[in-house]
Design a protein around this ligand. Sequence first.
Ligand code: IDP
Ligand code: MG
Length: 159
Amino acid sequence: MNFDGVNEKTLVLIKPDAIQRGLTGEIISRFERKGIKMVGIKMMGLDDDLLKQHYSHLADKSFFPSLVKFMKSSPIIAVCFEGLEVVNAVRLLCGITKAREAEAGSIRGDLAMSVSCNVVHASDSTENAKKEVERFFKADEIHDYSKSDYEHVYAEDER
Ligand code: IDP
Ligand code: MG
């Protein structure tokens, strides 16, 4: 069966606060239950260079040094997810940046209270998702495999 139409990719980072609070399984489970396919996953420590690239849009903000310090405070887990319009679907599951105002039911809305310690990162556009997946994963760390439940996750005319 052909699922070529549903291979958009996005990057999720499970942030240090989630690692420390033991929320990794809970967070990944929410994406899995949604029907989103995991195609890459790894634990890694982040350095200044990578964080400057990743958060370049925030480099001139007063909170930037504390954001970098937070993101280096323990390893993170990088996950590459795949699916139909998955960049948008994952952002919706995550909820807005300020976690204490994020919609109940979303990951941030249910699991966090802070603006900075908001448990997850998710790419915000297809263009940035492509760059971010390439920043965090080597080509051979992204896995191409068929998922047996896809027949029930997507209708034929969506694939
Ligand atoms: P996003 O993660 O929802 O896409 P961005 O504006 O891209 O939000 O910010 C990236 C990250 O920087 C946020 O997730 C959060 O950890 C941190 N951050 C954003 N705004 C603030 C702030 O006003 N104070 C402290 N940290 C912030
Ligand atoms: Mg962002």
